[in-house]
Structure formats: C-alpha cells, structure tokens
Design a binder for this molecule. Structure first.
Ligand SMILES: Nc1nc2c(ncn2[C@@H]2O[C@H](COP(=O)(O)OP(=O)(O)OP(=O)(O)O)[C@@H](O)[C@H]2O)c(=O)[nH]1
Length: 381
C-alpha cells in the first residue's frame, strides 16, 4: 500500500459511532434534543394542570391538556426508542396555542401566562416561516380575547408584550437556524474548492450501496488525481496550486449533472459519485473529464494532466470495498504512467485488462513534471 492509499484507507464500518461523524446528522441530533427537551419539560409543567382544571370543572380544557400530555409522552417515547417523531413536532405548538387561547378565555390572566412559552415553543419546533405566520395569528387571537376580557390598558400591554416576545424568539430562532446552516456547510464542504469533503462520504456511498441492494440501481465512482501536482506547487507556489485546484473543481462541476456528487478527498484528489451510471458511461464521462483538465492550460499555460480509477458498485459489497477498488484502479493508472484511466474489475484486485488509457493515451507515459508544467500562470485564473 503506497502513502496515498494509506491516507485513504477507510475505517472498518463496524466501529460503533460515539458522536455523529456526519455534520448533517449532528444537526439532526441537535434538533431532536430540542424537540425532546421541549416536550419533556412541558409535560412536567402541564401534567398537574390536567387535574387542576378537571377539579375546577373545566372538562374541555382538562381534555385538551391531557391530549397535550399524551402527545408529549408519545414524542418522548418515540425519540428515546426510535430516534424519530411524527408530524415534525407540529402537534405541540397547535395544542399549546389552543390551550392558551381557551384557558385565557375562561381563566383570564391565569391562562394568559401560558401564551409566552407557547410562542417560544412554536419557533423552536416549526419552520421559521410557519412559526412566524402561526404566531402572528396567535397574537391576534390573544389580542381579541384580551380586548374582550381585560381593561384597555391590559389589552395594549398584553398585545405588545406578546408581540415583542414573538419578535425576540423569532430573531433568536432565525440566527440559530442560520448558524446551523453555516456550520453544516463549513463542516461538509472544502473551503478552497467548494466540493464536498470526506465528512459525508460514507453516508453518500452507503446510500448508493442500498440503492444497488434494494432496487438494483447501479452507480459508479470515479477517483481522479492530478498528476505531479507537487511540481506545480514547487515551481509556481502554493497559491497558484490553489488556483489550479479551484479551476479543476470548476471544470469538473461544469461537466457534471445536478445529481452527481463531487468530493475533494485529498490534496489534489477528487471523487465523483455518479448515480444511475453504468461503468461504460462512467468511463466515457471520466475520459471527457480528463480531457477537460488536460486540453486547456490553466491561467497562462500551466498544463495539468490527471489519472482516474473507476468502479461500478457491485452487489453485496460495502462502500469501503467499492472505494478501495476505485482506489486500486487509480493506483494502477498512476503506475502505468499517469494521464490515463483504469477501470476496476469486479473483485478490485485486478483492473480489467486492456481497459486502460485516457483520451491522450498517445502522450508518452510518465509525463515529467516539466511536461505537465510548462508555463507560468499569470493573471487571474
Ligand atoms: N496548493 C495546494 N497544494 C496542495 C493542497 N493539498 C495538497 N497539496 C499538495 O499536493 C501535492 C501532492 O503531492 P503528491 O502526493 O506527491 O502527488 P503528485 O505530486 O500529484 O504526484 P502523483 O499523484 O503521484 O502524480 C503536495 O505537494 C501537497 O503539498 C492544497 O490545498 N493546495
């Protein structure tokens, strides 16, 4: 195993995950925790009220509160044992708002106090737009009830304090949501090229493995590595190397479909996951991509070539075996002189014989660094 293969060596898939390695899963976990805690603490606060309202003869309100508690218990149980919940937590705000409005109508101020946590809960459970609209309707309903039930001065206080609470929580929920999205983006993409990084690699490859197992849908994997990239850095400097990497990513992206996934999985190594793509089509695409990279110089004449290894997902294999087969094919392409592609065989040990050579296979194998890097990069790329 060479140095690069060691770097790519994938961890055994049986290692139990302690913390989520996938940032999207981490965010999902964060959201589940919010849902869990909101339901748990609301249950603690609301459960005694069922009895209180029942004893006071408010049977309908007691029934609504009981429904609220049943929903909370169900969501808590589902989250605990199934790691999922239903209706995206929508029943909580719906019941909370209904109880608060009705309780204010029959209990006056005693019911009004529950309107404040009900507003906050909505913003943490519903999508922002949905929470904003439903809370505007809620504040309006509370304003009408306050107008009918309380003195005018109270009506204004209630309406403005509820409105202000809504605005504060909305701004907070919006900032948290933005922060989540930005953190997810930062954690899942490579800042230099904008490609996906390795964080979601296993998830995405696993999805394609499942598609193969369940529905016989075939995906292919292309590992693409720039040749002699070190010499670009050595000769033109790291920032020029960075520009080349950015442009390579741009050229690859231009040629790919929406559904294809482009990763940068190492310094100068990219990985393409091609859904619904058989080996023959992946081979054709990879040839075009290698040509896209080598045909036009970068900047003012830096010519770069690339090598690629391709593997179609096989029935019964794991994602790491699939990736390793593509990796071995890439290794083979490098060994055979670079600037070419090799298609992995079914077992991954031996590449398919004769299925070798990129578009520019006529070029002398083993392009020297000075062949690949011929001119200076001047001006913006
Ligand atoms: N500019 C730049 N260089 C990088 C980055 N990441 C890795 N590299 C460089 O990429 C080079 C990779 O060198 P090697 O692993 O020897 O590979 P190579 O020179 O392309 O040779 P072959 O792959 O065998 O054809 C090293 O010089 C790294 O410093 C990056 O983000 N920016």
């Amino acid at each position: 195993m060479n140095k690069k293969q060691q770097e790519h060596a994938v961890q055994p898939e049986t290692t139990p995950p302690t913390t989520p390695s996938n940032p999207t899963l981490a965010v999902l976990g964060f959201r589940r925790q919010i849902v869990y805690h909101l339901h748990f603490w609301s249950l603690v606060a609301v459960a005694p009220l069922v009895m209180i309202q029942w004893n006071q003869g408010h049977r309908l309100l007691a029934g609504l509160l009981l429904l609220f508690c049943v929903n909370a218990v169900t969501v808590i149980a589902l989250l605990r044992w199934r790691r999922t919940y239903f209706l995206q937590g929508r029943l909580f705000p719906l019941l909370a708002v209904t109880c608060a409005v009705y309780s204010t109508a029959i209990n006056g101020h005693a019911g009004l106090y529950w309107a404040y946590p009900a507003i906050a809960g909505g913003f943490f459970l519903l999508p922002l737009r949905e929470a904003t609209i439903s809370n505007i309707v809620f504040v309006m309903a509370m304003a009408v009830i306050s107008f009918l039930k309380f003195p005018e001065a109270d009506f204004w206080r209630i309406t403005f304090s509820l409105g202000l609470t809504g605005v504060f929580v909305m701004v907070f929920a919006w900032l948290v949501g933005r922060l989540q999205r930005e953190l997810t983006l930062l954690a899942t993409t490579d800042p230099l090229t904008g490609c996906l990084n390795r964080s979601q690699l296993s998830d995405i490859l696993n999805r394609h493995i499942q598609m193969r197992e369940r529905y016989e849908r075939v995906s292919s994997l292309v590992l693409l590595d720039l040749d002699y990239f070190k010499s670009i850095n050595d000769r033109w400097g790291h920032s020029t190397g960075d520009q080349v990497l950015q442009q390579v990513a741009g050229r690859l992206r231009k040629r790919l479909r929406e559904s294809d996934r482009l990763f940068r999985i190492g310094g100068e190594e990219f990985m393409l996951v091609l859904p619904e793509t058989r080996l023959r089509d992946a081979d054709e695409l990879a040839r075009q991509l290698l040509a896209t990279i080598s045909a036009t110089p970068f900047g003012d004449g830096i010519t770069v070539t690339a090598s690629a290894g391709i593997a179609e997902v096989q029935q019964g294999e794991t994602w790491s075996v699939w990736l390793n087969r593509a990796d071995q094919a890439l290794y083979s392409a490098k060994n055979q002189g670079r600037n070419r592609l090799v298609v992995a065989g079914r077992t991954g040990v031996e590449p398919i014989a004769g299925d070798v050579a990129g578009d520019s296979a006529g070029k002398p194998a083993g392009n020297s660094a000075s062949d690949s890097v011929s001119n200076s990069l001047s001006g913006p790329c």
